[in-house]
Design a protein around this ligand. Structure first.
Ligand code: SAM
Ligand code: SF4
Length: 445
């Protein structure tokens, strides 16, 4: 029996936020494929618009409302158009979204997207559909296995969701719920499936991916064991994982960076601040020194590893000295790349409820600017140091220039060449130039 429905409706998905949302959007598109939808790249052509949202900072949440405002004319021109809001804003704000934007037909939280086809069937023409439950059933189990069509050579695979860490600033434990790991066999099945469809690199995803503890043969498996098992999958050449918490960097995971060839030498390990006082107020449960010693151990296992991180500046109570401690930590680590944000109070989180004085917004902006300047300098220094070196590149797509192909090095640098290489090919490349956001090279045959 064919799975292709007779009518084809058009779906436009706009994704905000983290890689987990990118993965979720793919799975939602696949789920709606069963209801006759195929994806399109502009909202004007769509029969359904779905915004997969992020609630991590206030700006991210507000963007959703301004984007919805832009669809008003489309909805007036086409009353059959269905508009849905998914993801963490949907989870956090629920019905409030429909009150603020009555043209929204459907609201679905991140734990319920397997129910999307039913909700889609119910919604429209004044009928509203809302699901922000944390259902008992496993959404991954309920979703059909993934379609067999060929796909890009690098893919995300969610192995763990939710978080039990409760950092004082963070909404994730409230929007994504408690930490849950997918069973080992399910992860392996999905990985094999992806490889059959042309995938050569998989990034394992989780809000706290290194806290992975999935049910496997003989008991509970940690992330290192899962990675080692994935490394035995023929055709899968590269493995990455993100995002990790320093307190869950177990010895076997550190060791895997040294002895598992398929595990790429790049690690995103957020620390948030270099001040112990602020780390304590953030409920991070580690000190700056412990983080630095951890990086020493990781570098002992894999000396060339590229480190990445996340930082928050202007957390309530952050003094000039606290901020200088952050700058010093960044200088000591030497990041290949890092993300930094101005603190944004999130309703319902402990930090937002406390009365600690907010940092003056101009001071916070100035600190963010200084931190970002330092991180950019480090990023460029790391990129420049690649010139003359040989790297391995997985080619993912054509570049913007004629004849150009673009891929990623093992250190996650974007690398472009003008040689004759195919999408999905992994080639040795000598780096010959370093640009602002990418490297140029020549393929070595
Ligand atoms: N689980 C990861 C961790 O522990 O670092 C990442 C979670 S979050 C999706 C990604 C980043 O957003 C965090 O590392 C943090 O730097 C930033 N972030 C989270 N809440 C924030 C807030 N209220 N204000 C500013 N930045 C925030
Ligand atoms: Fe949020 Fe990450 Fe802290 Fe969990 S560990 S509460 S996801 S910042």
């Amino acid at each position: 029996m064919s799975e292709t429905p007779s009518t084809t409706k058009k779906l436009y998905i706009k994704t905000y936020g983290c890689q987990m949302n990118v993965y979720d959007s793919e799975r939602m598109a696949e789920a709606l494929g069963g209801s006759g939808y195929t994806e399109v790249s502009s909202p004007e052509e769509a029969d359904m618009i779905l915004l997969n949202t992020c609630h991590i900072r206030e700006k991210a949440a507000e963007k959703v409302y301004s984007e919805l405002g832009r669809y008003k004319d489309l909805k007036i021109a086409n009353p059959d158009l269905k508009i849905g809001v998914a993801g963490c804003v949907a989870q956090a704000e629920g019905e409030e979204i429909m009150r603020r934007q009555p043209m929204v037909d459907l609201v679905v939280g991140p734990q319920s997207y397997h129910r999307l086809p039913e909700l889609e069937a119910k919604a429209g023409h004044g009928q509203k559909a809302l699901d922000t439950d944390f259902p008992e059933e496993d959404k991954f189990e309920k979703l059909k296995s993934r379609p067999k069509a060929k796909r890009a050579p690098a893919a995300f695979l969610t192995v763990q969701e939710g978080c039990d860490k409760f950092c004082a600033f963070c909404v994730v434990p409230y929007t994504r719920g408690a930490e849950v790991s997918r069973p080992v066999e399910r992860v392996l099945d999905e990985a094999r499936d992806l490889v059959e469809r042309g995938v050569r690199e998989i990034t394992l995803l989780g809000q706290n991916v290194n806290a992975y503890h999935g049910a496997g043969e003989g008991g509970t498996w940690g992330l290192a064991r899962l990675i080692r098992e994935l490394a035995t999958v023929d055709g899968l050449e590269r493995i990455r994982f993100t995002t990790s918490h320093p307190n869950d960097m177990e010895d076997d995971l550190i060791a895997a960076h040294g002895d598992c060839d398929k595990l790429m030498p790049y690690l995103h390990l957020p620390v948030q601040s270099g001040s112990d006082k602020i780390l304590k107020a953030m409920n991070r449960k580690h000190t700056a020194e412990e983080y630095l010693r951890l990086i020493e151990r990781i570098r002992a296992a894999r000396p060339d590893i590229a480190m990445s991180g996340d930082f928050i500046v202007g957390f309530p109570g952050e003094t000039d000295q606290d901020f200088e401690d952050t700058m010093n930590l960044v200088r000591e680590v030497g990041y290949g790349s890092a993300f930094s944000f101005k603190y944004s109070p999130r309703p319902g989180t402990p930090a937002a409820e406390k009365e600690t004085k907010m940092v003056d917004p101009d001071v916070a902006s100035e600190r963010l600017h200084r931190l970002q300047t330092l991180i950019t300098e480090q990023q460029h220094a790391f990129q420049d140091a690649m010139v003359g070196r040989e790297v391995s590149v997985l080619f993912e797509r054509k570049g913007r220039m004629p004849g150009q192909m673009v891929g990623k090095s093992e250190y996650l640098h974007a690398v472009h060449v003008t040689d004759d290489v195919a999408v999905g090919e992994i080639a040795r490349v000598r780096i010959i130039e370093s640009g602002p956001n990418s490297l140029g090279g020549v393929v070595l045959r």
